[in-house]
Design a protein around this ligand. Sequence first.
Ligand code: WTA
Length: 649
Amino acid sequence: MKDTVFPPSDALASKAHVDADRYAEMYQRSVDDPEGFWRDEAGRIDWKKAPTKIKDVNFQHGSVSIKWFEDGTLNVAENCVDRHLETRGDQTAIIWEPDEPGDEAKHISYRELHENVCRMANVLRDQGVGKGDRVVLYLPMIPEAAYAMLACARIGAIHSVVFAGFSPDALGQRINGCSAKVVITADEAPRGGRKTALKSNTDKALLHCDDRVKCLVVKRTGGQTTWYEDRDVDLTAAMAEADTDCPAAEVNAEDPLFILYTSGSTGQPKGVVHTSGGYLVYAAITHQITFDYHDGEVYWCTADVGWVTGHSYIVYGPLANGATTLMFEGVPTYPDAGRFWQVCEKHKVAQFYTAPTAIRALMGQGEDPVKGSDLSSLRILGTVGEPINPEAWAWYNEVVGDGRCPIVDTYWQTETGGHLLTPLPGAHATKPGAAMKPFFGVQPVVLEAESGKEIEETETSGVLAFKDSWPGQMRTVWGDHERFENTYFQQYKGYYFSGDGCRRDADGDYWITGRVDDVINVSGHRMGTAEVESALVAHEKVAEAAVVGYPHDVKGQGIYCYVTLMNGVEPSDDLKKELQTWVRQEIGPIAKPDLIQWAPGLPKTRSGKIMRRILRKIAEDDYGSLGDTSTLADPQVVDDLIENRQNRG
Ligand code: WTA
């Protein structure tokens, strides 16, 4: 299976935006003449002042600086909305599919989108939000989430979306992290038949924030909430009153569009900063070319707007292209495991983009839920977020795609703004589990992990880095440029380091093998092991904790915690549950530990450094190959950990 190659069909290739010859020609130009290539591609969007300076990039640690289109000015919301009004004002911009299949879906035209974005922008202005101010969004998957992002863009404010599954603490940290003036939330978020009390979570978060932060509340369910008159604003009511026109601010290409917090290998999440011009050009071109999007098609990305995938491929990319983008409030398995396919049939989805974890979960339910729906509208399938195993790929290809829809396995990151490696549906063969080829302008290199030497041989493996910039690349960490440089440009000088390992096969195609740092990927969600550790040690009964990933059938990776209790505390199953609940509350449900092992001691070097390599091996139930343990302060500890391991194969 691994060596099977699926070439694109002639029918698809002949109609695709980019076929094999065109890819080769465009790719070559994009690396030989990046200025010329991206000057032309910048023409995809409307500029108030067209850029004359295209690219100014320095990857040298100590003076990293990334600028694209730096003297251009534009407005991102105008590009995603206003410029389509003349030609497609009545076309549906957003199809909204609610959590309950019995509730009515909404079709929001570009004209209605314009009206709603303007109304919300005016409400924000009334609250004193202006250019450069930060607005935190903590919302369900409802059209208002897109309105809010675009409303910020319209007035030049910077949004920071916080996934609605994060806890009040995590929300509060992010509000403080970017000193937001306003947080936009909803009363409740229905999801999978259950409701999360977003407003009440926000109330708790705001206890730890500046008193001046305002709270704008969308009425989604009408559920009861506590109301603080001098702080809370009924956003639904205020929008109804607001003017339907709002001038669009002229912003510089390099003005920030949004901050998105993401997990790293150390410390607390960092605020990834994306700017306006380059990001939009890159989101637009990748959305059109990777998914081979053609006018009039219905495109669906199942991600949440709380993640970068939702930013680039539900909102900005599709809307910049004048597409019809589907937004789904629910989950794949509610009310049953056929929901995704019912929605595909109902709205005649042509491009379907999801995560391997969802595919694996649905695969476990068999073929019947898929076969119950007519999926003949599907043309292209996509995956993102983690490596896809060949079995899941085969199921996606055969059962969902009926063997006729190419699968684009898109490799990218919050930091990269858009796809870096992916096959293009009309240009490239696909291989189960391979992210295949670089997108235009992207120059991947495989480095020797230890020496950092660039490996010239085609067939090889090592760590994945990138030689030059592309317009969608992040520019800095909010408020901490040094951290940006140290995280991505220090270890391997002159390159952007991805944190991922990879293999390049004899054909020169890329396969991602997973993170090589202390980041784990749980159901496609990025999690820093350090974050879970600091949540655990914040519990009064915990003395020390070390967290690693281990292979999990559905989630890809699960969260495995080694916990040393305070002197005198008795380990028990109840305490395990207490700690699981605790972490859930501290960070959010996605961080809930899967396995907890009581560890009387952790393997440490004589200088006190925890040897995570050993902990990973034990968690993987692969302790036969522990390697050298002679540098441990107390080698005995390892025997005890092996004896009591939780993940026996
Ligand atoms: C992983 C999500 C293999 C990778 C857009 C990366 C992938 C991290 C793929 C970024 C893929 C993403 N194949 N691994 N197609 N796509 N990853 O920031 O480890 O949430 O570094 O961005 O997900 O996760 P993030």
